[in-house]
Ligand binder design. Sequence first.
Ligand code: GLU
Length: 280
Amino acid sequence: MAGRGVTRTRFAPSPTGLLHLGHAFSALVSAGKASPGQFLLRIEDIDRDRCKPEFEAAIFEDLAWLGLEWRQPVMRQSDRMAVYRDALSYLGDLGVTYPCSCTRGDIKAALSAPQEGALIHGPDGLIYPGTCRGRSMRDLREDDVIRLDAGRAFDLIRDNMLSFRDGRAQVLGRDAFLSGIGDVILARRGMGTSYHLSVVLDDAAQGIGLVTRGLDLFDSTWIHVLLQRLLDLEAPDYHHHRLIRDEDGKRLAKRDDARSLRELRGQGLSAAEIRALVGM
Ligand code: GLU
């Protein structure tokens, strides 16, 4: 951590597209909550197929144009694969992971069996029905993903209850986690890690004391808090901010190029006008 009374925050974009107004808002919120010199940047580039160097360059340029300054060096997730691998093997030794070969179709078919009831979505899509849960990590095959055995994970933590601070204390019990989130993926096919595993390790490594990000990630935070407990990492505080929406109330996505900062800048908007547009 950055030390007593000092708040260190970060902005962690993925270079899979151009930054838009929603990113600008997120970065500004994060930088605004940091103590002087304690705003960090992290490039979340584990998805090698979708990340592009030109988008990474655009991130630096657009954030600087917005008037933001971040502490050096910038962390890049693609440099940290060994750290993710070690954590996965540690979790494997704890007995809380298993390999899984199910496709989305397999999962849907398993969940659509009449006795399973309505399909429930968690932060990562359909709640995994546990088909591969009995498999051993010794049988890990090339095309498998690695999942967290959430039930076993809860067996290892002391009070069967997760909590984190976001303004006030938030709590979630074992049953709610198992039914609403379930056995999430910790290492995606061909990727060697996942957003959840990497973000937890990186926030800890960067000494982030306050994680700021959009409300769309609120439920993912439960996964992160569980991983922090398993990996014995210090838990940061959280601030999940409101989302910037388009005129139809839809959350902005990277494919909405029309609202990219680039495009708006090209139309002659100033950084101050961008701030005003997102209500800052
Ligand atoms: N790379 C993630 C995103 O672009 C960051 C999420 C986070 O801040 O934890 O949404």
